[in-house]
Design a protein around this ligand. Structure first.
Ligand code: IPE
Ligand code: IPE
Ligand code: MG
Length: 249
């Protein structure tokens, strides 16, 4: 079933280039289990997961998928052991600094979404630098949800709108779905067409609750570090076999 990796540099011929998702979202899950299966510490799985992410981003560019949004750290992930949280924060900073010049060259525009003000200062600086350095890029819109919670994002939007009503700049009846979406972190992005979650888990875990309203969901049994081009190919085959109805007949 799987195609050798080297054959997949260009779009596999069984995929219709006109029916690709424009925006793919991913819940990168299963790093800890990947490491545990090898009797390695969980954090080794996070390190291995970076490779899979890099390859998926490159694949989106190669195959003409214009937007990729990944879940790197949830508002609930602070409840993990302190060592793992600190390792992840340091890893995000290291990878961002290491990969920035390549992202600039490859035309990747990187954005971070979430409660970024609560991240370690050094990571915040790296994030600001990377977002500014890639602002003009257009090949792929790459968004990393870090300290992100869908419910928190919705509550934030409500607060911003409530504040505008309080100061008399906005009438409650002027609030509609379009205006509401303009107060979400993802205001500059279209809604995802396809959501991929790895490791077999069938839940959203507080990811993009508003934006995923009509997204096609694909659950892959592989653990995130093993999610490669061949696995992405299968996810896209599944997506192209779906009929998106949006409530119509
Ligand atoms: C996902 O992998 C990465 C993050 C949440 C940062 P996990 O760390 O959740 O891996 P499992 O689910 O424990 O295997
Ligand atoms: C969701 O995975 C968060 C990320 C992948 C960053 P989790 O592993 O934290 O989700 P649960 O706890 O299994 O729902
Ligand atoms: Mg997990």
């Amino acid at each position: 079933m799987t195609t050798p990796h080297t054959l997949l540099r260009s779009l596999p011929p069984d995929l219709d280039p006109n029916r690709l998702p424009r925006h793919v979202a991913a819940i990168m899950d299963g790093n800890g289990r990947w490491a545990s299966k090898r009797n390695l510490p969980r954090v080794v799985g996070h390190q291995a997961g970076v490779g899979a992410l890099k390859e998926l981003l490159r694949c989106c560019k190669d195959w003409g998928i214009g937007a990729l949004t990944v879940y790197a750290f949830s508002t609930e992930n602070w409840k993990r052991p302190q060592y793992e949280v600190e390792f992840l924060m340091a890893l995000f900073e290291k990878v961002l600094n290491r990969e920035l010049s390549e992202m600039v060259d490859e035309g990747v525009r990187i954005r971070f979404v979430g409660a970024l003000a609560h991240l370690p200062g050094a990571l915040q600086s790296a994030i600001e630098g990377a977002m500014a350095a890639t602002e003009a890029n257009t090949a792929v819109e790459f968004t990393v949800a870090t300290n992100y919670g869908g419910r928190q994002e919705i509550v934030n939007a409500c607060r911003e709108l409530a504040e505008q009503v309080r100061t008399g700049c906005l009438l409650p009846e002027q609030i509609d779905e379009k205006l509401f979406a303009e107060h979400l972190y993802t205001r500059e992005l279209s809604d995802p067409d396809l959501l991929i979650r790895t490791s077999g888990e069938q839940r959203l875990s507080n990811y993009l609750l508003w934006q995923l309203a009509y997204t096609e969901i694909y659950v892959a049994d592989v653990l995130w570090p093993d999610f490669d081009r061949a696995a992405f190919h299968i996810a896209l085959q599944s997506y192209q076999g779906r009929q998106r109805r949006f409530g119509k007949v």
